[in-house]
Design a protein around this ligand. Structure first.
Ligand SMILES: C[S@@+](CC[C@H](N)C(=O)[O-])C[C@H]1O[C@@H](n2cnc3c(N)ncnc32)[C@H](O)[C@@H]1O
Ligand SMILES: [Zn+2]
Length: 336
């Protein structure tokens, strides 16, 4: 049985929130009667537009078109499950997640791109649903999953502002590098937070306001010089990456049609506004407290004082040069 049929109760109509039923082919909403295709690749097309009122800025179509042309982060031609595991575990955050998220957990990734993290986390018998608006990325993700028999991973097309999922269902919701490519990051945060089970966790990675300064400077320089100084970003010239991956990085970092920048303090405000509790951030909210190799991701930490946080945030301007100025905040929904 496919994950869709096995977990149909998890899915909802992104248009009206009604239950979905399926007899073979497409999904049907029992409320508004909307039909959603499930083509041969098995990935339900559950995208629904924002339908925001008035002249409110909505970048979804532009962002979707951008990533359809340049799926991110893409795969290297020779990637298989062992290289996926090896590369993911090289990044300390994915390794810690893999070590600490229990086997059997139900995980949602919002904005999974080409699905590396979803596929990786599914290897250890977890059920991981990867969602994105971009079909070309999802197709690469799903092809990898199928080729390597990763039965715990599942992909579907979803706009995170219009979830096609039952609220409060997931042990862990992850969204890395996504919310800053939307027109309303707080609304995006609030919407995906609603999918976390009581007692479950929400992990969000965003561009940092000060950590992004170097990327902004390089973008300006590249723009002024017709991209002649591309080599100043070490990923653009990393011989260990395929040309497709290098291009995906370059486009994502320097030609993106929309990005916003944030601070840990701002996300702390979001966490509080939703009644979630702060667990941990990377970097930590207290200066000179390194993130340990065996750090317990889900052990609560007191957020540092305003002054300590200011020092950490300002320090991002010194440390954000290479990885595009990124920070992560882990929060917990109250509950058992
Ligand atoms: C920079 S990529 C990050 C991909 C992946 N999370 C990673 O860390 O490699 C941003 C992704 O967010 C997706 N995205 C942007 N807006 C979205 C939305 N409203 N709903 C779902 N996905 C969205 C894009 O299609 C793109 O695949
Ligand atoms: Zn409906």
């Amino acid at each position: 049985m496919s994950l869709l049929d096995g977990h149909l109760a998890l899915f909802r109509c992104p248009r009206c929130g009604g239950g979905l039923a399926r007899t073979g082919g497409p999904l049907h909403c029992s409320g508004c009667r909307q039909e959603y295709p499930v083509p041969e690749d098995g990935m339900p097309r559950l995208f629904w537009p924002n339908e925001w009122e008035g002249d409110r800025l909505d970048v979804t179509d532009r962002i979707k078109a951008f990533y359809e042309a340049t799926p991110f982060p893409d795969y290297d031609g020779f990637d298989d499950v062992s290289s996926l595991i090896e590369k993911a575990r090289r990044g300390f955050f994915a390794k810690l997640l893999d070590d600490q998220v229990p086997v059997g957990a139900l995980i949602l990734e919002c904005g999974c791109g080409t699905g590396q993290l979803t596929n990786f986390l599914s290897v250890a018998n977890r059920t991981v649903l990867g969602t994105d608006i971009c079909l070309n990325s999802l197709t690469l993700a799903n092809d990898f999953r199928r080729r390597h028999g990763l039965d715990g991973a599942f992909f579907c097309q979803m706009n995170l502002f219009r979830p096609c999922l039952r609220p409060a269902s997931f042990d862990l919701v992850i969204s890395n590098g996504v919310l800053h490519h939307t027109a309303d990051p707080f609304l995006a945060y609030r919407t995906i937070a609603g999918l976390v089970k009581p007692g479950g966790h929400l992990i969000v990675g965003l561009y940092h306001k000060y950590g992004r300064i170097y990327t902004d400077l390089r973008r300006r320089l590249f723009h002024l010089t017709g991209d002649r100084f591309k080599f100043l970003d070490r990923h653009n010239v990393n011989p260990r990456l395929s040309q497709a991956k290098r291009r995906a990085w370059f486009m994502d970092q320097y030609k993106n049609p929309h990005e916003s920048k944030h601070t840990i303090g701002q996300v702390l405000g979001w966490v509080e506004a939703l009644g979630f509790s702060f667990v941990k951030s990377i970097p930590k909210t207290v200066p000179f407290q390194p993130f340990l190799e065996n750090e317990n991701l889900f052990a609560d930490e007191e957020p540092g004082s305003a002054i300590e946080r200011f020092l950490v945030e300002a320090g991002q301007a010194l440390t954000g040069a290479d990885e595009g100025g990124f920070f992560i905040v882990i929060a917990r929904r109250p509950g058992p």
